[in-house]
Write a protein that binds this ligand. Structure first.
Ligand SMILES: Cc1cc2nc3c(=O)[nH]c(=O)nc-3n(C[C@H](O)[C@H](O)[C@H](O)COP(=O)(O)OP(=O)(O)OC[C@H]3O[C@@H](n4cnc5c(N)ncnc54)[C@H](O)[C@@H]3O)c2cc1C
Length: 347
């Protein structure tokens, strides 16, 4: 029987970030993950932006989220010698009738992130008639590469077990759990993303899953200085390659890319793009979203051995680093979790 203090289930973005926090604190842990190419972290756009376009306000708690984001991803980059964090300004397109709204927003606290208002966007490849707002900091995190490279790292250190957890094979004991008959842990932390709806202890922790689809396209002549944002984002990935996302669907909870999803994205793309493009690939995944759109962290009310770190929803890249720190402080030092993210609001 292998023994460990903390057993993390799932090595998507949530499990990876939590494991990195535990590692930094020299905690004794193992991760169990059954890789799935459909996991949210494998298909995510990975974009982050500091303001909310619907309200033109600063994103909630952005002054706490951003420093944690930079610190975490940069430190994982130096650990692995890989590049995960791509800083690139966003150009939000809007119609002249919205100009007043943006001028006003520039004078509010959100103005800190509105670097420039452009009265006539003149970018080759875009349809004419748009004004724009340049937003910084903004960018994206390559969650697929991050989970892959960190996975390799954990594997090398014998910290990763590539197995599927069978919930029927968890034996809860007074002072811990035995999993799959082969691992004994004092505490188990579930980070299964959308897979958590099958978790017998946490399936009712407020989940409101949300399927997303995303495209990779080839387009020649579109510059790569910005993430361009209309009703979809167009994110430069490399020479003439762009990621276009994303759809939101609360009904169909499978991993299949659909023709309807593709058409929806292409239509929104067509509203801003003035040149031809070719779809290279299409991906779908399920976002582990929560009813109140806040992550869920904490311990099960009936079983002090069982923990959850989940609910990163559509903003995992931004929420993950700060919340993983809080989760590690809670696990290791018993530090109180902020009420807004404590899973006890649902259980
Ligand atoms: C189309 C799309 C676009 C997105 N775009 C963005 C974006 O632009 N910006 C942003 O911030 N976020 C975005 N997201 C959201 C982001 O992907 C998620 O917030 C984040 O990846 C969730 O990470 P996670 O680790 O909780 O879940 P997951 O990535 O799903 O990882 C869960 C892991 O647990 C494993 N697992 C599950 N059950 C078991 C089990 N029983 N045994 C062993 N292993 C198990 C899975 O195999 C998986 O590896 C997007 C999501 C989608 C689907």
């Amino acid at each position: 029987l292998k023994t460990t203090k903390y057993l993390i289930i799932g090595q998507g973005l949530a499990g990876t970030l939590l494991a990195a926090e535990l590692m930094e604190r020299n905690a004794d842990f193992l991760i169990m993950d059954a890789f799935s190419p459909h996991a949210a972290s494998q298909v995510a756009g990975g974009a982050f932006i500091p303001i909310v376009f619907r309200t033109l306000k600063k994103a909630e708690m952005i002054d706490d989220y951003l420093p944690a984001l930079f610190k975490t991803y940069i430190s994982l980059e130096s650990l692995t010698s890989e590049k995960f964090l791509h800083l690139i300004p966003s150009l939000k397109l809007f119609r002249p009738e919205e100009n007043q709204k943006w001028q006003e927003a520039k004078e509010t606290p959100a103005g800190e992130f509105i670097k420039e208002l452009v009265s006539q966007v003149n970018i080759p490849g875009l349809k004419p008639g748009f004004e724009g707002a340049v937003i910084e900091p903004s960018g994206w995190v390559d969650t697929k590469l991050l989970t892959a490279k960190m996975g390799e790292w954990f594997l090398k250190k014998n910290l990763l077990i590539q197995e599927k957890l069978d919930y029927n094979n968890i034996v809860i004991q007074n002072d811990g759990v035995v999993v799959n008959g082969s691992i004994r842990a004092e505490k188990i932390i579930f980070c299964e993303g959308a897979g958590a709806i099958h978790n017998p202890w946490f399936h009712n922790a407020g989940f409101s899953l949300n399927k997303g689809e995303i495209l990779e396209i080839e387009a020649h002549g579109l510059p790569d200085d910005y993430i361009i944002r209309g009703d979809v984002f167009v994110m430069p990935l490399g020479p003439n390659r762009f990621r276009v996302g994303a759809t939101y669907d609360r009904k169909n909870m499978d991993h299949k890319p659909t023709e309807a999803g593709k058409q929806q994205l292409l239509q929104k793309l067509d509203a801003i793009l003035g040149l031809p493009c070719k779809v290279i690939s299409q991906h779908a995944g399920i976002r582990p979203s929560i009813k109140d759109r806040k992550p869920i962290l904490g311990v099960h009310p009936g079983f002090p051995q069982l923990f959850i770190f989940n609910g990163l929803g559509s903003k995992g890249v931004l929420y993950g680093p700060l919340r993983a720190t809080e989760m590690a402080d809670f696990l290791l030092n018993g530090k109180t979790l902020p009420a807004m993210v404590n899973v006890n609001r649902y259980l």
